[in-house]
Design a protein around this ligand. Structure first.
Ligand code: UN1
Length: 512
């Protein structure tokens, strides 16, 4: 591993060997079972975290509801000021938190820091937003009446996040929710609970410095049952969940059953269309980073390349060459391109997907496989692989969270767009072309059906300024930029009569 001690990092972030996984701010508790977080980098134990019992969960929600009474009445720009201070603390801790993300999750150090940068950026965004929670005004059909709408805070927002972006996704939700006047209860992934403790510590410090009550930022830990408590809990008006489609379906249906709101950001099966007019050198960077970056564990990772038949052989040759240069190993070593998968179960799933692709008739272009021996002791390191397939294979229509790239041919753009859209997921998509007709077609109503559609950049690495999320089995939610904040507030329409008459709408007469 590179030249820092994990103990120093944990120290700087206030993480102990054994941590309470339940927190309402200054108050830390949690007497449930213990989760041991082991690094996929070297298989070593990082630290332990206790899970949250049902009673403790109830206490957290109660505390958050009390805090909401204070927080919702604080003027939004003042809440923005708290988020600004949180962003500043993140700037101070960027190095340490980025390293911890990299070590606990297994992504490259550059990406670990990048993730913290996303947190900082969304804080800046939310600070500005805190003065821009605009509603519209309308012209009333009645004389001397005024109509307008306001956006009010909703209450306790439940956040369920995934291991692959263990800190950024939390902050996309919290930075906006806090500016909007909501309080937050976060259940991080059981696979990355330590970064959760570290983030909670940072925000707790900010809240303490500002004498704010317990419950504005809460942490809970545990498995599926904790997600179920939140989904079924009528005290939580909004549950925002990021993760697998299987998980999202459970959360979404449970929340819908009680007519609550959910914001789902689930699986992707992202494709790049490489047309005959593509600039191949530019294409390659986007495609290879998209496929192997974060070891293929982004929901925006590139899983499919749909290549024009005239370019197919050339792209294949270039891909083979690029993949032969990939260095796989310790993600904290900046010379490596590809780190480990999150755990050995993920490596099993990777192997299984390759097997299925072969059974369905796929031809391996770049061979995959697990890595063993010195430096690979955790058992989580795998080789990025490329398989030539037909678009209809079952495995090709499934999201496998691993560096497996499926490549296929097309004849005309209609066919390419149909292939790209013909999967259950709808998160991210891209076209590589220098031809304006092709790119505009791809972006039109009959083009990509995804929440994100790019031209001449890959499918992953979205900026925080845009709304992030996708359609179909991706869940339909939008987080982060643009007007995604509206999901965290309730809209109220107000009609004010300043006349001495009481005219009814629609011209209805009702005389007493
Ligand atoms: C995710 O994988 O859940 O666009 C989020 C990207 C990142 C976010 C990915 N900014 O790849």
């Amino acid at each position: 591993m590179s030249d820092f001690k994990i103990e120093d990092i944990l120290n700087e972030l206030g993480v102990k060997a054994e941590n309470s996984g339940t927190s309402t701010g200054q108050k830390n508790f949690g007497s449930g079972e213990v989760i041991e977080s082991k690094s996929p980098v070297d298989g070593k134990l990082i630290a332990k975290v206790t899970t949250t019992t049902k009673e403790e969960y109830d206490e957290v929600i109660k505390t958050s509801q009390e805090a909401f009474k204070t927080w919702r009445m604080m003027p939004a720009p003042q809440r923005g000021e708290i988020v600004r201070q949180f962003g500043d603390k993140l700037r101070e801790k960027k190095d340490a938190l980025g390293k911890l993300v990299s070590y606990e999750m297994g992504k490259s150090l550059q990406e670990g820091w990048g993730e913290v940068q996303e947190m900082i950026d969304i804080c800046d965004f939310a600070v500005g937003l805190s003065r821009q929670l605009y509603g519209l005004t309308m012209h009333s059909e009645r004389p001397k009446h005024r109509m307008y709408e306001q956006w009010h805070p909703m209450g306790t927002v439940g956040i369920i996040s995934a291991f692959n972006f263990p800190v950024a996704v939390w902050s996309w939700n919290t930075a906006l929710a806090w500016a909007c006047g909501d309080v937050c209860v976060w259940k991080p992934s059981e696979k990355t609970p330590i970064t959760g403790v570290a983030c909670q510590n940072i925000m707790a410090e900010v809240l303490k410095e500002n004498n704010l009550p317990e419950g504005i930022s809460c942490l809970i830990n545990g498995g599926r049952e904790i997600g179920e408590y939140m989904s079924n809990d009528g005290r939580i008006p909004l549950v925002s969940a990021t993760g697998s489609t299987r998980m999202g379906r459970e959360v979404g249906t449970a929340v819908a059953k009680r007519l609550g709101k959910s914001l789902l950001e689930l699986g992707g099966n992202n494709a790049i269309i490489i047309t005959e007019n593509a600039d191949l050198d530019a294409t390659l960077v986007g495609a290879v980073f998209g496929a192997v970056g974060t070891a293929g564990q982004r929901c925006t990772s590139t899983r499919r390349l749909i290549i024009h038949e005239s370019m197919y052989d050339e792209v294949k040759t270039k891909l083979k060459k690029a993949y032969s240069q990939l260095r796989i190993g310790d993600p904290l070593d900046m010379n490596n391109h590809v780190g480990p998968l999150i755990d050995t179960m993920a490596a099993d799933m990777y192997e299984d997907a390759i097997k299925k692709a072969k059974e369905e008739g796929g031809t391996v272009l770049v061979e995959g496989g697990r890595l063993e021996g010195a430096g690979y002791e955790s058992g989580c390191y795998v080789k990025p692989c490329i398989i030539e397939v037909e678009s209809h294979y079952k495995i090709v229509c499934t999201e496998t969270f691993a560096p497996i790239l499926y490549i296929m041919k097309y004849k005309d753009l209609d066919e390419a767009i149909a292939i790209q859209n013909n999967v259950p997921q709808g998160l991210s998509s891209a076209i590589m072309t220098t031809n304006m007709r092709e790119s505009e077609r791809f972006l039109s109503a009959e083009g990509s059906d995804c929440g994100i559609a790019n031209v001449n950049i890959g499918t992953s690495g979205a900026e925080i300024g845009g709304a992030f999320g996708g359609e179909k089995e991706t869940g339909g939610g939008r987080e982060s930029g643009s007007d995604a904040w509206k999901a965290y507030m309730r809209r109220q329409t107000n009609t004010i009569n300043y006349s001495t008459e009481v005219p009814l709408a629609q011209g209805i007469k009702f005389d007493l």
